[in-house]
Design a protein around this ligand. Sequence first.
Ligand code: SF4
Length: 179
Amino acid sequence: MVDKQCIESIASKHGCKDCRWISGGDVKVCQWVRFKCTFGCDSYGKKGTCPPAVPSIPECREFFSEYDHILVLRITSTLDDPNDRKEWSRKKNLALLLLEHEVFLAGHHKAFLLFMDECRLCNECPGTREGCLKPAMARPCPEALGVDVFSTVRKAGFPIEVLTEYSQEMNSYAFLLVE
Ligand code: SF4
């Protein structure tokens, strides 16, 4: 039994007040997302939580199908200096890991977090799962698992747009899967 109110209050305590529930069936997992990671993303092959160091698209689909409750967490930012993004993202994802841990301790043994951005916990990443420097803490982001984040969060009623200028507010989304 998922106590949604309890989990939302834990999320709020960790600074995530804007969140909505979806189910695993609402998560759109697409092959085209994997192609965009493979051809066009600088992080391909450079992160232990990004393609190709992640499960296949069919495996990702099966993974999401095993969860009836997913809390989508909206995190907004407008950073003055583009160079601040990596550190900001690292701190946010570290805070989200504490949230996942607290939800786990509240009795939700399947609690699993997807970072709001690629894993940036370490300055240098070996680029493989086997070589990961913090294997217990590393988590993939939804995109790395083939999630069409735009369609999925829009369906949940959240805003998300392609940004054309750095000064625009950015909407990022982390997923907390629970049961
Ligand atoms: S925890 Fe560190 S080594 Fe592991 S995937 Fe993340 S950045 Fe790479």
